[in-house]
Design a protein around this ligand. Structure first.
Ligand SMILES: [Zn+2]
Length: 146
């Protein structure tokens, strides 16, 4: 599982999580494979070959091997889809965050959002003040000179 490429875009994280989900889902599906009376769960090489390596009386277990393979494949498919979905959500959320990143920028956008209708902003708590309101009724600071 060593990759020679090392870019860090959101789609790559989705691919990585999809592969992780594939492995985890396959492992869970393999763990949940059906067991046979007196034989128990079939070994991995029997499951992955869908029973092709069975011979003699063991060929009775081919159906169980195929069922085990299907369970593991279903787990891998669900894990892949789930991992891809999680990776897409995580990768997308970091790119759609357009809010100001600093408190100073947030204050600036708040100040410019107030319409210029004669009101002025308190220099301390930034509430809109009626003209010639002094001091600020909110925090008691002197009104800004206008
Ligand atoms: Zn104030």
């Amino acid at each position: 599982m060593h990759s020679s490429t090392s870019s860090h875009s959101g789609s790559d994280s989705a691919i990585v999580l999809a592969l992780l989900g594939l492995v985890i889902g396959a492992a869970i599906g393999f763990a949940l494979r059906p067991s046979v009376l007196l034989v128990g769960q079939l070994p991995f090489e029997t499951v992955i070959s869908r029973g092709a390596n069975l011979s003699g009386l063991d060929q009775l277990l081919v159906g169980t091997a195929q069922t085990s393979f299907n369970v593991m494949a279903a787990g891998a498919a669900v894990g892949t889809i789930g991992g891809w979905f999680v990776g897409s959500v995580l990768g997308g959320s970091s790119r759609t965050d357009t809010r100001p990143s600093t408190p100073r920028a947030a204050l600036a956008s708040l100040a410019t959002a107030v319409p210029d209708n004669g009101l002025s902003l308190c220099r301390e708590c930034r509430v809109p003040l009626e003209p010639r309101t002094d001091p600020c009724p909110e925090c008691g600071a002197p009104a800004p000179l206008t």
